[in-house]
Every structure is written in structure tokens, then in C-alpha cells.
Design a protein around this ligand. Sequence first.
Ligand SMILES: NC(=O)c1ccc[n+]([C@@H]2O[C@H](COP(=O)([O-])OP(=O)(O)OC[C@H]3O[C@@H](n4cnc5c(N)ncnc54)[C@H](OP(=O)(O)O)[C@@H]3O)[C@@H](O)[C@H]2O)c1
Length: 327
Amino acid sequence: MKSKAVRVHVAGGPDVLSIETVDVPAPGAGEVLVRHTAIGVNLIDIYHRSSTTGQYAIPSPATLGVEAAGVVEAVGPDVSDLVPGQRVAYWNFLGAYAERRLVPAWRLVPIPDAVDDRQAAASLVKGATAFYLLTRIWPARPGATIVVHAAAGGVGQLLCQWASRLGVTVIGTVGSDDKIEAARKAGCAAVINYRREDFAAAVRSTTDGAGVDAVFDSIGRDTFDRSLDCLKPVGLMVSFGQASGPVPPLDVGILAAKGSVLLAKPTLATFTRTPADIAALTQGVFDALERGLISPTIGMTAALGEVRAVHEKMEARHTTGAIVLIP
Ligand SMILES: NC(=O)c1ccc[n+]([C@@H]2O[C@H](COP(=O)([O-])OP(=O)(O)OC[C@H]3O[C@@H](n4cnc5c(N)ncnc54)[C@H](OP(=O)(O)O)[C@@H]3O)[C@@H](O)[C@H]2O)c1
């Protein structure tokens, strides 16, 4: 079987994305052949595409992408719990930017009838992130106030929706005025354009000087210091991404100086170490979708062949919500 796949041979800009035809063998023991119908795009795909070393470097060559939804086409000899024709999804597994691929059966989850393929591809990585952040890192509680950076983005919108629907007051930041409405719709009580305004000062004035209980900072280098200035004493700084680049090494004394604040640097990898972990997070996302705690906005849908343009737009900060590629 042949498949189109978006591969990277050398790390670099969007131009290194190469659309190739690859062979996909018949599924072996424990494997399933999946035909993708919707592929989720995540900022980590850009880290993978452009990193030569460190935690985001990927093998060479590699097919990019970490999540997709699709249909089972064939199963390996010992796979009994999945059948051809079944709708399935997987996430956190490199190689998703393709028409078809083999996936270990244990990574696949049936998609509930109430969730369509695009919604599944738009919400698993992002929703699982919002879920573990709001349960394991900072258990959400009604009446608390938080800041969510990039509130109109993929993870950002789901985090704002989920937290606000649990009774948390969310102050969102966005990088342009045309994203304000999306952040408001996602549940932000106040939205700050952090490219125009000093967001820490705006957060202080919005909270009558009190500051917030937690900051969810996925921006990294550009926002880290000022995010600490948004916190109440003993508030929690959750540094969970680096859209603008990694946070430089810091002197831990800064945490005392900012009010005995706490710092968390969580990664999805810690919460996806076993198949049971993955199943629990997946179930949490599907439950949240079915209960209406999250409702992903798909801000862009593009053909797999348009992947370079999609990466360019994402890096230029011209996207909102989730992005889905259609093979
Ligand atoms: N730790 C974890 O477990 C985990 C898991 C999943 C994702 N993440 C992190 O969550 C964040 C959001 O991921 P996502 O896939 O949903 O992406 P996204 O939020 O849809 O896109 C990234 C957004 O970051 C903002 N941004 C600020 N500075 C930027 C820059 N220099 N370059 C690009 N974007 C910049 C932009 O929003 P504005 O224009 O509004 O500023 C942009 O739209 C990422 O940092 C990702 O690494 C972490």
C-alpha cells in the first residue's frame, strides 16, 4: 500500500516539509492500518520540524505530526478489539501527517458517535493538555482567577473554556486585536492584547491589585518574567510551552522575591507514560466534549498538501483555535 506523507529530512523552516510517497506494509502483530480522515496540527509539530537537538529533535527522516482520526482499514493477525471500518483516533505518536499509516493497536481509541473525526483530531492533544493542567497541576476551583496566555490558540481556547465552565475567572492574553473575540467566546472575562499593553499591569488593574492564583504560560521567553508579576503571593506559575523560545536559566531566588510563588514546568510526557494514562486522558477529553465542557473551534482546515502554508501561518501567529489537515 502507498501513502502520501509529509516528511522531514533536515531540521529547518516550512520549506523542509517534503511531500513524498511512502510504502505502508500490511499490519503485523499488534498493528492496525489506519486511513486518516483528519490530522491535528500542534505547535509541537513546528518544534519537531525545526529542532536539531534537545527534547524536540526527531529522527531523520521522519513523518511529522502527532495526532489523527481515521478509519481502520486492516488489522494485524492478533488484533481482536478493532475491526475494519471502525472510526478511531490516536495522539502523542509521531507520524500523523500522512494519508495512511500503521499504528500499534493499544494506541487507538474508538471515537464516540457524538464526536466527529475533525473534532477528535482538533481536541485530543490540546484537550488532554488542558485536562491534566486543570486536574493534576492546578486543580481548578470555582472563584479562583487565572491568566491564560495565547487564549485564542488551540490549547488556549480549550483551557479557557474548561476553566471558565468550572467557575474559574479567566483573564486571557492575545497577540492581536482580531483574536480578542475568539478569546472572549472561549470564556475569558477580560482579554489583554499583550503586544500592545503591559499585560502584568493590566492584570493587576483588572484584579484591583490582588493578582491571580495561577498563570498558564505557553509563550516562554517573551512572557515568563512578567507572568510572575501577575501572581498573588504563593500563586502558581505554570510554564508549559515556549512559543517564543525557551525560558533562560533562572535564579530560584526570584520566586521568593515575587511573593513565595510556585513554579511548575509540566510536560504531557509525564502524564502519558503508560497505556492506562493515555486511556484516562483520552476518556477525560471525550467526556468533556460530550458534556460540553470543551467545544473546539477549528480555525483552519487545509489539505495535507498545503502543509507548508499552514506552518507559515501558525508561526506568523495568524491562526486561532485548532488547525486540521485533510489528507
Ligand atoms: N507542556 C505540555 O504538556 C504541552 C502540551 C501541548 C501543548 N503545549 C504548548 O501549548 C502551546 C500552545 O500549543 P498549540 O498547539 O495550541 O498552539 P497555538 O496556541 O494554537 O499557537 C501558538 C500561539 O502562541 C502565540 N505566540 C506567542 N509568541 C509566539 C511566537 N513567537 N511564535 C508563535 N506563536 C507565538 C500565538 O498566539 P498570539 O498571537 O495570541 O500571541 C500563537 O497563535 C505551545 O506553546 C505548546 O508547546 C504544551
